[in-house]
Design a protein around this ligand. Structure first.
Ligand SMILES: N[C@H](CCC[C@H](N)C(=O)O)C(=O)O
Length: 301
């Protein structure tokens, strides 16, 4: 088995993604490789999407997702769009079915190049998100940060999109909060035994929301697709918006937008947005040693 595999540096609204081609191999991208890749400026990333051979008939690939700290994630909306774009460019196919630890994902690349991913059904049961304490109503749980009588953030909605999310509703610019300070405290709060992705959300109309996310295992990122989905369903569930919203990701370059529809007839969440290829290279999935393809003009390392 060759030591290296091909990968592409891509992004979804600025969310930094490495799409790694592990097809035809039995090994995995190791946490050590992820940490080594993330330590270098050129390959620094938020998620690795490792494409493996399919395990179930009717699926195109098995996808493993790693965060930049080497931990596993069960879902990554922006990364899934990057995988679709990479495979569509390679095969000419437009419609894909993937399998992850969280289940089956269907996705399609549209004529205009945008990609829709069926992110499945959100889960609201407290023990499945999971939370450490029983809450019958997860649309608003008791949790706050800051002074007891004047909390900075409080009463989040919580949901799982395969991965755990907490959404704090705010009434001013999401960029005006010190999320770099509160994010790690909330991600690791005892309420979340498997940690959580932390989102600030400002509802700007019945069909629009602005978000910013501190990601579990990756920290402050420019965008987070599954958080946009968790935010949209939580907003609809609490009567803040309708079931179809434009989510502006405040931290992404040019304030990118994801369209999220929480479908009435089957309860699935459909996320639509762009993906962008930056450059390609080869890497060793066990150590993270990498090189950039020479045709793109950069030096190999
Ligand atoms: N950036 C991803 C989410 C990563 C979630 C990950 N940080 C986790 O541990 O759940 C997205 O676009 O959905």
């Amino acid at each position: 088995m060759s030591a290296t595999v091909e990968f592409a540096k891509m992004n979804g609204l600025g969310n930094k993604i490495l799409v790694v081609d592990m097809r035809g191999r039995a090994d995995r991208v190791t946490p050590a490789a992820a940490i080594a890749l993330n330590a270098e400026p050129d390959t620094q990333f938020d998620q690795i999407m490792a494409i493996h051979d399919p395990k179930a008939s009717g699926t195109d690939a098995w996808i493993d997702i790693l965060n930049s700290d080497g931990s596993k994630a069960q879902a990554c909306g922006n990364g899934t769009r990057c995988v679709v774009q990479a495979l569509a460019a390679e095969t000419g196919k437009k419609v894909f079915t993937f399998q992850t630890v969280a289940g089956i994902l269907n996705a399609v690349e549209h004529e205009d190049g945008t990609i829709s991913v069926d992110m499945g059904k959100p889960v609201f049961d407290w023990d499945k998100i999971p939370l450490a304490e029983e809450f019958h109503d997860t649309s608003r749980i008791e949790l706050q940060i800051g002074p007891i009588d004047n909390p900075v953030l409080h009463s989040p909605s919580v949901a799982s999109m395969g991965n755990p999310h907490a959404i704090f509703w705010v009434d001013r610019d999401v960029m005006s909060f010190d999320l770099g300070r509160f994010g790690p405290l909330l991600e690791n709060h005892p309420m979340f035994p498997e940690r959580a992705n932390i989102t600030l959300a400002q509802v700007t109309s019945p069909s629009s929301i602005t978000t910013r996310t501190w990601e579990r295992g990756a920290g402050l990122t420019l965008a987070c697709g599954s958080a946009a989905c968790a935010t949209a369903v939580s907003a609809a569930r609490t009567g803040r918006t309708g079931r179809e919203v434009a989510v502006t990701v405040a931290s992404s370059p040019n304030q990118g937008v994801l369209t999220i529809e929480w479908r009435e007839h089957d309860g699935h969440v459909i996320m639509t947005g762009p993906a962008e290829w930056e450059w390609s290279g080869a890497l060793d999935p066990s150590t993270g040693a990498w090189s950039r393809d020479a045709t793109q003009g950069a030096q190999a390392r």
